[in-house]
Structures are given as structure tokens and as C-alpha cells.
Design a protein around this ligand. Sequence first.
Ligand code: ES4
Ligand code: ZN
Length: 326
Amino acid sequence: TELHDLIRRLPKAELHLHLEGSLEPEMMFALAQRNNIDIPYVSVEAIRAAYDFSNLQDFLDLYYVGMNVLQTEADFYDLTMAYLERSHADTVRHVEVFFDPQGHTERGIAFATVINGITRALEHGEAKFGITSRLILCFLRHLSEEAAFDTLAEATPFLSKIDGVGLDSSELGHPPSNFQRVFGAAAKLGLKRVAHAGEEGPPEYVHEALDLLHIDRLDHGNRSLEDAALVDRLVAEEMTLTVCPLSNLRLCVVNDLKDHPLKRMLDLGLRATVNADDPAYFGGYVNDNFIRTADAVGLTETDVITLAKNSFLGSFLPQAEIDRHL
Ligand code: ES4
Ligand code: ZN
């Protein structure tokens, strides 16, 4: 349709993407062989069949197993480059990607191996595709704040390559307040701050992310809609929400894409964006997220254009670069 064509050709930014979540089953298999790593799957088809989740933790359990195949700098380079190629095909012009260093350092992979592979690909991707980028280091919230501080210390030699910190992994029982001090330390280092909040967690976690972590952007934020005063505040503060519809569907945050709140968010005046989250696990990259959600909830041409504009407005690009994209 015409709307699908518009979606496919509109320039867009992607603001919520876990690089480790872009590890496609084919690459997982290839890297397992290349690195002689055992994985609990007999085939690519068996991997895909295992991706039938009923909540966030179900997914995370497989996500942390999958990333074991990532061992060398070349693996992180290949992972990142494959994502950029896929994004280029979706007319993505700018990406702000997450990585989970603790998922790698915990199993003995050096921080430098991870970040050097990723950043070499981001540089090559800009030269090859013209895709600009920012890199966001996420702290795993199921681990301690002390572990997050250790990770921030490991990152310090590489600060010129890191633009911000984020907070991800198991949300319930791990409120933003647990990470107030390490986010303060990151702010002092000049880093931007984002956090997953209100994906499975209550609106109170969104309040904490705003008041205690002083976030520049809200990842997911779906459950903010349960709190009218919070919605008013997010609108007034022009807070960007990085919404991930196919992720929400696959993790049962919504039971049907028709029930997805994206259209409602736009109608409330929230600065919502559309993102893929973990495309290899959730069944689609950014254009798939746009197209399937547009069909399910009835997005208009105006909605789609607003969402694409929001992705640049919510980015960490300098204002002149944002203006160039609008
Ligand atoms: C994640 Cl969808 C989601 N939520 C929280 N943490 C994550 N890590 C990777 N994907
Ligand atoms: Zn996420």
C-alpha cells in the first residue's frame, strides 16, 4: 500500500536497539561453529521455535544464552555490521544502540574486545552507508549497583566512544532507585541517561527514572498510560518514549497488536518513536514494526510522519543535525 511505501522510504532514526538482540539464528549458529561453542539448539529452525515467550524473563533467559557465541572482536564487528546493513535497507539514517557489557565481561570477555568490535563497525557503517550513531552502555539491573560502578570504571578509558548509559534486563523487583548513585556518577562524566521503565514495571518506576536517574529519554514507558498525571508530565517535558511494538507483542506486554497503545500515545501528545528492541528475537526490524503496527492500530500518514520526525527529535544528535533530517 501507499502507507507501507511511505514507511519504507521515510528517513528514520532507531533509538532502542540492543545489539546482542540483533543476533540472528543463522549468525548464532555460524559463530558457535567458528568459536567451537556449544549451544542448546540443533538447528536454526530449533532456535526460532524456542522463541515463544510469555514474559520478559522468559526472553532474557534465552538472550543471555545466545550471546555466549560472541567471543572475539570480529564477532562483535560482524554482529554490529549485520545490524547496520539491515538498517540501511530500512532507510534508517541514524542509530543509537545499546550494548550489555556485563553479559560479556561476566563470562571472561574483555570490555575492550566488545567495544572495539562494535565501534569499528559503527565507524565502517558510517563510511559505507552514511548511518551516524551513538553508543549506549546498559547496566544489567538484576545485578548490583556495585557491579554497575565496576562496569562504569571499566568503561572510563573508552569514554570518547560512549555517549550514554542505560538500564535494562529484569525490571520487576529491580527499581531505578537502586541505580541512583551510578547514574549520578555517569552524569558527572558527561554521559546521557536513559532507562527501561514501565515495560513490565509500574508507573512508579517511570517516576523514579525521571526524578532519581534524571533520564534524557524513556525506554518503553507503556505503563505510564495508567497514570494520567505522569502522562501530563511526560508531554510537558517533551520526553521521548522509545516504543517497541513487536517486542511488546512477543513479550505479552500486549496480547494483540490491535491493543497496542502507540496510537493512543500519539493522540495524547506523547513523543513516541517506533523501534525494534531485539529484532532477531521478536520477528522484525524497524520497518516491520512500523508496518505491522500501522495496519493493526490504523496509523495515518500523518502519524507515520510524526513518528519518523520524533525519532530524530528524540535523538542525541546536535540540533543542526536534527534540523537537517526533519
Ligand atoms: C530487553 Cl525488551 C528488553 N527489556 C529489558 N531488557 C532487555 N535487554 C534486552 N532486551
Ligand atoms: Zn529494550
